[in-house]
Design a protein around this ligand. Structure first.
Ligand code: GLP
Length: 641
């Protein structure tokens, strides 16, 4: 169901923007439009021409079309497709080629004539590229032009592979990929150095020629570029903004991707709002940050001059508002994330009783725990709570090959020294599998197994530093991850069953987790879905009504100040300990040397920057000055459906 968050206040938006409660609902809307057109055309004996996109964004749309084909008889016999783009230099059967992606995600599951599916040829000789691009354009024209074009969006604002700098007249051509785009693709190619440097893409002009355009976007990572595309002037630095010039284009977003639109982020700036406690908090914190003033120094004029006069009228004066907000923010701070025993807890984020608490910390992958809440974890353990850390997936896909080779050397050496032929044999066999994998081959079961063990070792040493012993760790190795690869994960009953078993065994009083608002096909988001399903299954078990779920934002990001319900301060020593804990995840110092050379930050630096930044924000708002803060949001189950 489409949910327009605040209807009638879209004057900042320069094109039609629909916000859905989740990606599945948005995909249903688009799939319905596609199937309606195909059926009308089929009945009239005419063909339908679709422009298709790749990436994780359209995967659910394709799943819905496949479902419509299987269950509702939607036939694609009369459909011609043109894909937006293809990496240059990749053969069609390469696991990351867009041709292969389309086969796997859609074409192999419907009754389309493969002759009628077009993906730019990534292997065409350099001197033939121009002619081949012309032919692609001609073929689109000959088919009658594109009826419906599906688009995702890259974080650079690209559509297809039209990177910043591409203007509205560009046509199908060879392009150089932006460094951010290559970094985003690094995970799929198991390293940035493996990502092709060039691609062939339809131009912005080619896309604008389509009769109807749907741009889809999910997850908070896309929120900034969506806001720029929808509300900014059309500019070639954000090629998606040229879609404003198209007469019939819809942006279909989930809540998280819409998060930076003015009507979602600063609704009081575009019309009257209902001043709920959340809205008051959000706006006053925003005002203080915008004016660079501590909360207690905001004046009536500050409110009136920044679109918040009606809040003043409703609440009385800035004096009362400021004190209220100061207290609310002050009460989020606690050094007792498991609750302070024998203390008045009426204005503390967590209850005093029961003590000790059974605290379950979930990491979608090893390292989430220490990266996002290492200080809190340390406090929980130190304060005597019964802490369990469960890693939902092994994280083995994120281990670079050289780390496996190092482990092989070690196993081999020990095997030789101790004359253990079994170890030597195992190490040799994994080594051979690595050798024969080639640059882009998939990891075998054994390679993945060994990579998973490496991450287990890192998780154990890291947790031990923070006061968590091995027996407090659980490695669930959920099957959705073990049997999948990036962008193709799909959870199932076995994943939920494993989570239910863990929850029913531990009956936690508090759970710390992440994944809300992430890209729906990402590991944290799928892990979060598994938790939600499991909690639903456990409902009525008694413990669930007493269990609080605390969300950490996830690796690489922190909640905005107004979203934080519990802020756990870290002393300089504790912060140091956390950073040392992160260092134990040796295989995860992810950024390539070239990114670091250009001043980019690696995973390890990022954690410290984020926690310090949150502490600074609290300080700027006029609260106490801490070395670092870890923020958590209390999950209200009605936020997810
Ligand atoms: C690639 C594709 C785009 C796609 C973008 C976003 O760059 N060429 O067409 O929109 O990735 O990918 P994702 O949907 O995985 O976020």
């Amino acid at each position: 169901m489409k949910t327009s968050l605040i209807s009638g206040h879209n004057q900042k938006e320069r094109l039609q923007t629909l916000i859905y409660s989740n990606a599945a609902d948005a995909c249903l809307h688009v799939a319905t439009a596609i199937s309606k057109l195909i059926r009308e055309r089929n009945e009239a004996g005419k063909a339908t021409v679709l422009g298709l996109a790749t990436g994780s964004t359209p995967v659910r749309l394709y799943q819905e079309l496949i479902r419509m084909h299987r269950e509702e008889g939607l036939s694609f016999r009369n459909v011609t497709t043109f894909n937006l783009d293809e990496y240059y230099g990749l053969p069609g059967d390469h696991p990351e080629s867009y041709r292969r992606f389309m086969q796997d995600q859609l074409f192999d599951h419907i009754d389309i004539d493969l002759e009628e599916t077009h993906v730019p040829d990534g292997l065409v000789e350099r001197d033939q590229v121009y002619a081949s691009c012309q032919e692609y354009e001609d073929a689109i024209g000959k088919a009658g032009g594109i009826d419906i074009q599906i688009l995702g969006i890259g974080r650079t604002g690209h559509i297809g592979f039209n990177e910043p700098g591409s203007d509205a007249r560009t046509r199908t051509r060879l392009v150089t990929l932006d460094s951010l785009t290559r970094r985003d693709a690094a995970r799929d190619f198991l390293g940035e150095e493996n990502v092709p440097r060039h691609a062939i893409t339809m131009g912005v002009g080619t896309i604008l020629d389509a009769r109807k355009v749907y741009l889809l976007a999910w997850g908070e990572g896309k929120a900034p570029v969506i806001a720029q595309s929808v509300e900014g002037e059309p500019t070639d630095s954000i090629p998606a903004s040229f879609l404003q010039q198209h007469g019939d284009c819809e942006f279909c977003l989930d809540h998280a991707a819409a998060g930076h639109l003015t009507r979602v982020r600063y609704p009081w700036l575009v019309g009257p709002v209902e001043w709920t406690p959340e809205m008051v908090r959000k706006s006053v914190v925003w005002l203080a940050q915008k004016l660079n003033k501590p909360l207690l120094k905001l004046t009536d004029e500050d409110y009136a001059e920044n679109g918040m006069a009606d809040l003043l009228t409703e609440k009385g004066s800035s004096y009362e508002l400021n004190i209220d907000l100061f207290n609310i923010t002050q009460h989020t701070i606690t050094g007792w994330p498991g609750g302070k025993p024998n203390a008045d807890d009426s204005s503390r984020p967590e209850r005093a009783d029961p003590f000790p608490k059974r605290s379950l910390i979930l990491g979608s992958e090893p390292m989430d725990d220490v990266f996002c809440m290492g200080g809190t974890l340390h406090r929980l353990a130190n304060q005597g709570h019964d802490v369990t850390v469960a890693y939902l997936t092994s994280g083995n896909l994120a281990v670079p090959d050289p780390d496996v080779r190092r482990a092989i050397e070690l196993i081999m050496e020990i095997g030789r020294e101790r004359e253990n032929q079994e170890n030597v044999g195992f190490a040799r066999s994994v080594e051979q599998q690595l050798d024969s994998k080639g640059r882009f081959g998939e990891d075998t079961r054994e390679i993945r197994y060994l990579k998973g063990l490496i991450r287990r070792g890192e998780a154990r040493t890291s947790a031990r530093l923070l006061g968590i012993e091995s027996q407090q760790l659980r490695f669930l190795d959920l099957p959705f991850y073990e049997n999948g690869r990036y962008r193709r994960f799909k959870s199932g009953d076995a994943d939920v069953a494993a989570m239910v078993a863990l929850l029913q065994e531990l009956k936690p009083h508090q759970i710390f987790t992440t994944g809300l608002g992430h890209d729906p096909l990402s590991v944290p988001a799928i892990s979060f879905d598994v938790l939600c399903e499991a909690l639903k299954k456990c409902a009525g078990s008694g413990w669930t009504s007493e269990c609080r779920v605390w969300l950490y934002r996830g690796p690489g990001a922190e909640w905005d100040a107004h979203e934080i319900d519990m802020a756990v301060p870290l002393s300089p020593e504790e912060f140091e300990l956390k950073i040392r804990g992160i260092y134990q995840h040796q295989t995860q110092r992810s950024q390539s040397p070239s990114t670091l050379r250009k001043g980019g930050s690696d995973t390890w630096n990022l954690a410290s920057q984020l926690n310090k930044a949150t502490a600074e924000i609290y300080d700027d708002l006029g609260l106490a000055e801490y070395e670092a803060l870890e923020g958590f949001k209390l999950w209200k189950t009605n936020e997810v459906n």
